[in-house]
Write a protein that binds this ligand. Structure first.
Ligand SMILES: CC(C)(COP(=O)(O)OP(=O)(O)OC[C@H]1O[C@@H](n2cnc3c(N)ncnc32)[C@H](O)[C@@H]1OP(=O)(O)O)[C@@H](O)C(=O)NCCC(=O)NCCS
Length: 178
């Protein structure tokens, strides 16, 4: 599978900063919800690069196993969620945030890779990942390393436009069935 090859190759090329920091990765549990909401909403307030979230959304992601965190010394320093769109079954990466002082250590790359590998293994019927970005978001290169490529916003399923996706947003897609 191309995506697995790209995950393995890219990982080998870069110094494993996250491992040196002793950052661990796990699914979000109920006790992490407050910290996750704070992390995401602080980033929203600062730059608008992620959408504001409510506690009940993060609770739901956590209940479904659709939210993952990076922890350093008991502190939540990174987060990534996935949302499965009900009609198209496209899996959208949502609310990617890493605390500023922990950036550039592969943390988000690892969180995204973990979700892709989990879906490949446990939900082979799901074939498409998608990420939408506005001009304030970063992390584009991570998606390219994972094999995502840009599509026209008009090629995305109509249901994605219910979150305010505009024609000027960057939409990146990864097809796992190739
Ligand atoms: C986007 C964000 C989550 C990335 O977190 P991070 O942990 O610093 O990301 P990583 O360390 O995995 O990647 C950082 C860079 O190293 C590169 N990198 C990561 N893993 C790599 C690897 N194995 N090999 C080579 N390069 C790698 C990435 O491509 C990335 O490059 P870029 O900044 O040009 O895109 C973080 O910058 C952030 O919180 N930004 C603000 C919120 C935001 O914009 N979120 C995205 C919303 S869609």
């Amino acid at each position: 599978m191309d995506v697995i090859r790209s995950v393995a190759t890219a990982g080998a090329e870069k110094t494993d900063g996250a491992a040196m920091l002793k950052v661990s990765f796990r699914k979000t549990a109920k006790e992490h919800v407050d910290a996750v909401v704070r992390l995401i909403n602080e980033q929203h307030t600062k730059t608008g690069s992620v959408l504001l979230v409510h506690e009940h959304e993060v609770e739901e992601w956590a209940r479904k196993g659709h939210s993952m965190i990076a922890i350093n010394n008991g502190e939540v320093v990174g987060h990534q969620a996935v949302y499965v769109w009900p009609e198209s079954q496209w899996v959208e990466f949502r609310s990617a945030v890493v605390k500023e002082e922990f950036r550039g250590q592969n943390i988000n790359y690892k969180l995204k890779s973990a979700f892709i590998l989990e879906f490949l293994e446990n939900k082979p019927e799901i074939g498409t990942f998608v990420a939408v970005k506005n001009s304030s978001s970063n992390g584009m290169k991570i998606l390219e390393l994972l094999g995502f490529s840009q599509i026209k916003a008009s090629e995305a399923p109509r249901e994605l436009f219910t979150i305010g996706l505009g024609q000027d947003w960057n939409v990146l897609k990864l097809d796992l069935r190739r």
